[in-house]
Design a binder for this molecule. Structure first.
Ligand SMILES: Nc1ncnc2c1ncn2[C@@H]1O[C@H](COP(=O)(O)OP(=O)(O)O)[C@@H](O)[C@H]1O
Ligand SMILES: [Mg+2]
Length: 390
């Protein structure tokens, strides 16, 4: 592996393991701050590798590869949660600054570890249990009511790894697959939430923390499709309570960098925690254009233990619309129409190949009329996806 180019003047190298869109979106803020971004990429054409001069291709599960990559970095952070703990521990043993630390990251890598820790810390969660057998599933379903929600503790994303089970029959294949991996499944009550919220915050190794306004996230078929910042009609006390849940979790688990806490809002206005992510998160993409400090800049500041930037929203509302892969594969031609139609729209595409349902970009639009902003974000996402043609 060669050496990443460093800017003169004492600027650091931040290494990101994984070359997806989250690593890619750190590139703009890194360039502005004269920080060198290094990426351990899955392939030469990974989303982040396309925009980062130093992006060696390597396997993030291979200790030697990751150690070699980390040698060049002042701090190592992540695009995803999939780096095995023995690899992370090897970096720590080498004296590499890893943020979030392996100890904290475990709670984002494994939903059972997360549930145990949050329940232990008194954080409100859905009723849950670990299951190895059909008897475990039946016992939990009979106690909490059917259907129940079944999750693979590790490796799930965008609703993959989440199953709504009406009877134990629906869980049989998953139990067998889990048994083969010598893993348990996570069972949760099906929460009758009124909507989904997210708290996004950053915390630095020194313990400084900054939280963005609480947002509403809209999921379609398990994939986030829209985020509204701030969450409409959320009482200030409820927003404060949700933010405190996030800050308490971050402090209790020793989180460093950006963390997202996905929440379910219940009919009485209270919240329970769905899951945690310890990296920039889809629910925070709005902040790139809608907040004084975007989540990718803030993540760099946090992992470098620099003072954090203001998370204040610049406008009353920002709406983020996710762009999912559709029929069209030529996306650049959409720019002419979209940019002419809506000069205030911000388009972010990730340089990824189009596959149906795959997250390939997002749009942000900010202003004062929420209904209008939602319509414009929806229009732009639909247009890029080829759902509409004008
Ligand atoms: N216990 C639950 N009750 C009701 N809906 C749930 C529950 N758990 C998850 N969901 C729904 O499934 C979506 C994906 O679940 P999540 O655990 O966040 O998985 P992922 O890791 O794929 O994001 C959630 O955003 C929510 O819409
Ligand atoms: Mg989720």
């Amino acid at each position: 592996m060669s050496t990443p180019p460093r800017a003169p003047g004492g600027f650091p190298v931040v290494g990101v393991i994984g070359g997806g869109q989250l690593a890619r979106m750190c590139a703009g803020p890194a360039a502005e701050l004269s920080i060198t971004l290094a990426v351990l990429a899955e392939a030469p054409d990974a989303a982040a590798a396309l925009v980062t001069p130093f992006a060696p291709v390597g396997d993030h599960t291979d200790v030697a590869t990751v150690r070699d990559f980390a040698r060049h970095c002042d701090v190592v952070t992540f695009d995803h949660e999939h780096v095995p703990s023995d690899v992370l521990e090897a970096l720590v043993a080498d004296g590499v600054a890893v943020h979030p630390t392996p100890q904290a990251l475990r709670h984002a890598q494994d939903k059972l570890v997360m549930r145990r820790a949050l329940t232990g810390a008194g954080v409100p969660c859905p009723r849950w249990a670990a299951a190895r057998s059909e008897a475990d599933v039946v016992a939990f379903g009979d106690e909490t009511g059917w259907p129940l929600v079944v999750k693979t503790p590790r490796g799930g994303y965008d609703g993959k790894g989440v199953l709504v089970a009406d009877t134990v029959d629906d869980v049989r294949d998953w139990l067998a697959a889990a048994a083969e991996r010598d893993e348990e499944l996570l069972l949760e009550e099906a929460v009758p939430f009124v909507r989904e919220l997210a708290v996004l915050l950053a915390r630095s190794p020194s313990g400084q923390a900054a939280a963005w306004p609480v947002v509403e996230t809209v999921q379609t078929d398990g994939i986030c499709t829209e985020v509204i910042a701030p969450a409409p009609d959320l009482a200030p006390e409820a927003a404060e309570a949700a933010t405190l849940v996030g800050l308490d979790i971050a402090a209790a688990l020793g989180v460093t960098g950006v963390m997202a806490v996905e929440l379910f809002e219940l009919a009485d206005g209270s919240v329970v925690v769905n899951e945690l992510a310890m990296r920039p998160h889809n629910s925070g993409h709005w902040s790139m254009d809608g907040a004084v400090t975007g989540q990718f800049e803030q993540h760099l500041r946090a992992v470098l233990d620099l003072p954090l930037g203001s998370p204040r929203a610049r406008e009353p509302w920002t709406v983020m619309g996710n762009v999912l892969g559709g029929e069209p594969t030529d996306l650049y031609p959409t720019y002419r129409h979209l940019m002419a139609r809506d000069p205030e729209l911000k388009v972010h595409l990730y340089g990824k190949g189009v596959r149906p349902g795959r997250k390939i970009g997002h749009v942000n639009v900010s202003g004062t009329d929420l209904t209008d902003l939602r319509e414009r974000a929806r229009h732009a996402a639909d247009y890029i996806q080829g759902v509409i043609v004008e």
